[in-house]
Design a protein. Structure first.
Length: 247
């Protein structure tokens, strides 16, 4: 069972297009136009062209691309900011989407909303509501918390170990780190996730991390998964991603 997956994007439209081009080249080699492409979330924040990324995704879905779009924590930040009253991200009310460490200001700038030009947060929020197209708001609302295909479970951040997959909650699926990253047990599926940056796509045996730091200038990585075998897509073709410590 073949699936493609793309890690965190963070407004890097050119790198997202390059990842899709690598997938198209692999499809041409194996003769497969139907295998889904699972995007692991974090489409916005920090990078230069968040609007362009959401435009690209909206257009691809409208054209019938077999794309699965999952929700990342940064996407939920934006989703909640664009609601009436500008509520905080529910799992992290201590974090402000417009804080420099989060990256919401870069997202608004990509829509032509310069955050320093408004007298208060209410005026800035009103400008953001006008600038972000309804199609982008609808896309954010339609993102999936997770996706399973065969023996592979896709989510943005990870799962709560020991909790059945059907009972996982979105706060964990888009935010969890230590409890999941440090757990070596077999989860019954191969968990493919992003959220925690690594230098290169890394297979830990029970999970595979695809976040290669696009939010900090790194690449947007794409893989193809055959059963539970993982291959990084490169301009030269497939490169096996083997579990750490495997011979």
């Amino acid at each position: 069972m073949r699936s493609y997956a793309i890690g965190d994007i963070h407004g890097q439209l050119a790198r997202l297009r390059a990842a899709h081009a690598l997938i198209a080249a692999d499809r041409a080699r194996v003769g497969d136009d139907a295998a889904p492409v699972v995007h692991l979330g974090d489409y916005v924040d920090r990078g230069p062209n968040c609007r362009g990324v959401l435009d690209h995704l909206v257009q691809g879905l409208a054209a019938g691309q077999p794309w699965i779009l999952l929700r990342g924590n940064h996407d939920r930040f934006m989703q909640y900011y664009l609601r009436p009253g500008c509520p905080p991200e529910p799992a992290r009310p201590d974090l402000d989407w417009l804080a420099p460490s989060v990256g919401g200001r870069e997202t608004l700038t990509s829509y032509g909303v310069e955050t320093g030009m408004y007298p208060d947060r209410a005026a800035l929020h009103a400008a953001a509501m006008r600038a972000v197209p309804d199609s982008h708001k609808a896309l954010l609302d339609a993102l999936l918390p997770c996706y399973r295909r065969g023996d592979v479970f896709f989510c943005h951040a990870g799962i709560r170990p020991g909790v059945p997959l059907a009972d996982q909650v979105e706060d964990d699926l888009i935010w969890i780190r230590g409890e999941f990253l440090d757990d070596p047990r077999d989860h019954g599926v191969l968990v493919v996730h992003g959220h925690t940056p690594v230098a290169r796509v890394t297979h830990y045996g029970n999970r595979v991390d695809l976040d290669t730091g696009a939010g900090y200038g790194g690449p947007v990585s794409a893989v193809v998964i055959e059963g539970r075998e993982v291959f990084l897509l490169t301009p030269e073709g497939r490169e096996p991603v083997t579990p750490k410590g495997a011979a």
